[in-house]
Structures are given as structure tokens and as C-alpha cells.
Design a protein around this ligand. Structure first.
Ligand code: NAP
Length: 243
């Protein structure tokens, strides 16, 4: 898909990879950003001529439904839905700072809200031109690390969901694509990890994958992870277990 003069929804466009996607796509497209931080949403609206913003907490299903309803009521076709917003809670289940209360919202934001938006926004995604649902995934959706068990599980579920939804929609105008990112230098990975990609490069690679219509696009170190999982799965899992 040629990303020019498209209407593109980006969840979590206020920081990190999402913000870079907004920056790189706003010059030639109309961008609709959904996130929570009203100050940052307002800054986006002031900075970019082609950006509309919607405030919603996507870890709450009532807010997911409300924002989707507003977008459907507008009746304007959507060409690309980029499901980018996510959180990663790193403490292990045995850590003192593990928060039981964070489990359900993390699953809702990272996984359930994406299933719900994909369903609720079908009326504006189905039209005569091509449309794309692009789910931002992670190498951790292919194999888990030790920390962030819930995050890894949501990304694994997102991988399976994306493949199944792709089958369901194959005779429609909508393609389902995934971008599997390696480590990126954002707030999510602040203070941990090395040799991280810049958010700029991660966003540029995601855009390139949409334009080249790559169904499952491995970015950064993910091609190496996928290869290792095929050639030496026990070694790959041993490495990831350390983190
Ligand atoms: N960073 C990495 O190393 C890495 C690696 C692999 C995959 N990824 C994936 O890349 C994507 C972007 O991550 P990132 O690193 O750019 O993260 P980030 O910098 O922490 O940004 C997360 C974005 O999600 C939004 N968000 C968080 N909670 C939300 C909620 N409850 N409702 C609505 N929006 C919410 C935030 O906006 P508000 O605070 O304004 O709501 C923010 O814009 C995620 O899907 C992540 O899993 C990242």
C-alpha cells in the first residue's frame, strides 16, 4: 500500500515508536491518534496540521467501545489501523514490587483492545480500496523471556490472533499485517537493554513493511531470533530465559 493521502489510526501515538510513526506519516496522510495523555495529544494536534486526536484509556473496554463508536459515527473510511499502544510490566510474579492489579489492564491494552478495535472498526475499514490492520508485535511474541510474563503472553496471543484474523479477512479489502520489533530505545525499555534501535528506525521499518505489504515483518534483531528458534530452539530459549 502506498502511504499517501490515507486516513491512518495510530494507537499510542504520544511517545516512542507511535510518536515516530505520527511524525513520519503526518506530512502525506491524515493521522488519528488515540492515547491517554491529554497534554501530549494537544501538542500533537498543535504541531501537525493533519493530526486529529482522541483521548481514551484502551486498557478499559468501555473506553475502547466509546472511541470506536465515535470513529464509526464519523463515517469516514479508515485505510490503516496501527495497533501500537502497549505496556510492559517487568516484575516477576515473585518480586516484591509485583502488582496483581496490573495483570488485567495489561492484557486488555496489549491484546483484548486490539481484538475489539479490529471488530468495532470493521464498518469504516471495509470499503472499495485496500485497508490494513497493522499489529505491532515483538520478538517476545515468538518466544518469552523470564521477566514480563504477561507482556510476552499478550504478544504471543496477538501473533496467533493476527494470523487467524488474516484468514478470516482474506476475501475482503483488509489485510492483516504484523511488525515484530526487537529492542527499541523508548520509555518502555528505559534503563535496560543494549544496542537498541532508535524509535525513528523502528517506525521507518514499520512503514516500509506496510508499503511492501509484508505479512509478518521481522525488524531489528528479530530475523536472527526467528532463525535461531528454527535451527537451535533450546539455545534460543536458554538465552531469553536470562532476561
Ligand atoms: N520498545 C521496545 O523495545 C519494543 C520492542 C518490541 C515491541 N515493542 C512494541 O512497540 C509498541 C510501542 O512501544 P514503545 O516502546 O513505543 O512504548 P512507549 O514509548 O511506552 O509508548 C507507549 C504508547 O502507548 C500509549 N498507551 C499506554 N497505555 C495506554 C492506554 N492504557 N491507553 C491508550 N494508550 C496507551 C502511550 O500513550 P499515553 O501514555 O498517552 O496513553 C504511548 O503513546 C508496543 O506495542 C510495544 O509492545 C516495543
Amino acid at each position: 500500500m502506498n502511504l499517501n493521502k490515507k486516513r491512518i489510526i495510530i494507537t499510542g501515538g504520544t511517545s516512542g515508536v507511535g510518536y515516530e510513526l505520527v511524525k513520519q506519516l503526518a506530512a502525506n496522510n491524515h493521522i488519528i491518534v488515540i492515547a491517554r495523555n491529554s497534554t501530549l495529544l494537544n501538542q500533537l494536534f498543535q504541531t501537525f496540521a493533519n493530526v486529529t486526536t482522541y483521548q481514551a484509556d484502551l486498557s478499559r473496554l468501555d473506553e475502547v467501545e466509546k472511541v470506536a463508536k465515535r470513529l464509526v459515527e464519523k463515517g469516514q473510511p479508515i485505510d490503516v489501523l496501527i495497533n501500537n499502544a502497549a505496556v510492559q510490566n517487568t516484575p516477576t510474579f515473585l518480586d516484591k514490587d509485583f502488582e496483581y492489579a496490573y495483570i488485567a489492564p495489561e492484557i486488555t491494552l496489549n491484546f483484548t483492545s486490539i481484538c475489539c478495535l479490529s471488530s468495532l472498526l470493521l464498518p469504516v475499514l471495509q470499503h472499495d480500496d485496500k485497508a490494513v490492520i497493522l499489529n505491532v508485535n515483538s520478538g517476545l511474541g515468538l518466544a518469552p523471556k523470564r521477566a514480563s510474563a504477561v507482556y510476552c503472553a499478550t504478544k504471543g496471543a496477538l501473533n496467533i490472533f493476527s494470523q487467524s484474523l488474516r484468514y478470516q479477512l482474506e476475501d475482503t479489502n483488509i489485510s492483516v499485517q504484523q511488525a515484530f520489533l526487537g529492542l527499541v530505545d523508548t520509555a518502555m525499555t528505559h534503563g535496560r537493554g543494549q544496542n537498541k534501535m532508535t524509535p525513528h528506525d523502528a517506525a521507518a521499518a514499520i512503514i516500509d513493511g506496510i508499503q511492501r505489504e509484508i505479512p509478518d515483518h521481522d525488524i531489528g534483531k528479530v530475523p536472527w531470533l526467528r532463525l535461531l528458534l528454527r535451527l537451535a530452539p533450546a539455545t534460543a530459549r536458554k538465552i531469553l530465559k536470562k532476561y
